[in-house]
Structures are given as structure tokens and as C-alpha cells.
Design a protein around this ligand. Sequence first.
Ligand SMILES: [Zn+2]
Length: 267
Amino acid sequence: MYISRRELLLAGVAWPARSQDQTPFPWSEGQRAAVSLTFDDARVSQIDTGIALLNRHGVKATFYVNPGAVQRRLAGWREVVAAGQHEIGNHSYSHPCSANLAFSRSNALEDYTLSRMEEDIDRCTAELRRLLDVTPVSFAYPCGQDFVGRGESTRSYVPVVAKRFLTGRGFRDRWANDPRSCDLANLTGIDFDGWTFDRMRAFVENAAKEHRWVILAGHEIGVPRHQTVIAEELESFCKYLIDPANGVWTGTVAEIAQYVQARRRKN
Ligand SMILES: [Zn+2]
């Protein structure tokens, strides 16, 4: 039988105090949301345009890279690592995606096994150690796809990522992460290529109502074109992010994940 809140009140039964579920996640004082800016594939515009833009505002980001692409701007990536502000994450060695994507047809997840995926991911880590002297703790699923195989033999490779990394990030998701309950190995990533500043701000403001963690995922940084975070819009967004009046904590994925983990242990 359903008993309405009104009936309970009439019967003198106290409505339960705010359940733990409704308690906003405790970000640091005065903060309503966390935001991580992330960029994939080590596109050259990230080094040529993006890093200087972010650094001008002191905004940190996580770059999920593939070693082959890193070599196109190796000196630039080494400078990023030496400066120590941004995070370098693993985005696999060969970037396998579904066979539906033309570029991945000969390297399709449908043809992978878990052990082949493990090798690909470990090869990326080994190469990043060799090229950049970093050991990534964050991973982004290429194309946001987290399976190998097909049909009855399809397997999730989230456990492969969970075993190796602090975090795994998806792509083209719709919701921001709930820091109280999200799976760090399967975080959502919101595709923000082509977004206006107003759209970025609106998304964060909406997520802030529930004290969420927004992970935005982009590719190129520059003038408006395919798969590009528009530099001018990003510039305005950085100003918004660093304004303390907006109560938004901007940090790398690893940094925020560590905070989330520590707070969860405390509760
Ligand atoms: Zn990618």
C-alpha cells in the first residue's frame, strides 16, 4: 500500500530527515561542482594552441594520448610533462574502436580478446614511460567503447582498466558523474567539441545543483571545424572556471578522483 507524505504527516509520523542520498557531496568549502577538462588523441593543435591557452588561465587538464601521435609533437609533450601542471593519461596504443568506424575496421574491438586489449593498453603505458617518463593513472576508452568481441563472446574490458588505473573515462555520455556513487573505472565523459561557452556554463550550472563532477572531453583546440573545442569559447569558459564566485573546482581527472576516493573513505 502506498502512503503519501501528507498522510504520514497527518498521522504524526515524521518524514525521514534528508536521506544520505540527498546530501550533497562535500567538495571543498564554497564549491558546488568539480570540472575536469580532457582532450583525446594527442592532436597537434593541443600542443600548438591548447596548452598556451590553458596555461594563460592556470587551468589544468588531462590529455589522453596515444604514443604514435605524441611523437608528432614530442618536444612539446615533454615540456608539458616537465611543467607538471597537466595530466597525461593512457588512450591505448592502437586506438581500437568498433568495426562500424571505417578507420578501425582492420583494428576492430569486435576482433579483440581481453588479453589482446591488455597488451595494447600495457604497450601504451610502456611507450609513455619511454617517451615522456610518465606512468599514467588515468585511461580513456577509445571512442568511449568498453567491450571486446562480438555476440555471446562479447566481454567488457572495464575490469582490465580497473586493475591498472585509478580511473577510466567514457565518451559521448549524457550525465555528469555523481561523486557519491560513480564507478571510477567507468566515468562519464561529455563530448564538448563545438560547444559555445554558454552551453558549457549551462551544463556545469545544471550539474552543480547536485554537486556533480563534470568531465568534458574534446579533441582539437582551435577555430571552429570538425571535432574541435573552439578556442574562443574555451577561453571564456576558463575565465568562468577560475572565478571563485562560481564555486567550481577545476582539476585533472586523477586529482579529483583522489579527492573523491578520500572523501568516500571518510564517510
Ligand atoms: Zn580517441
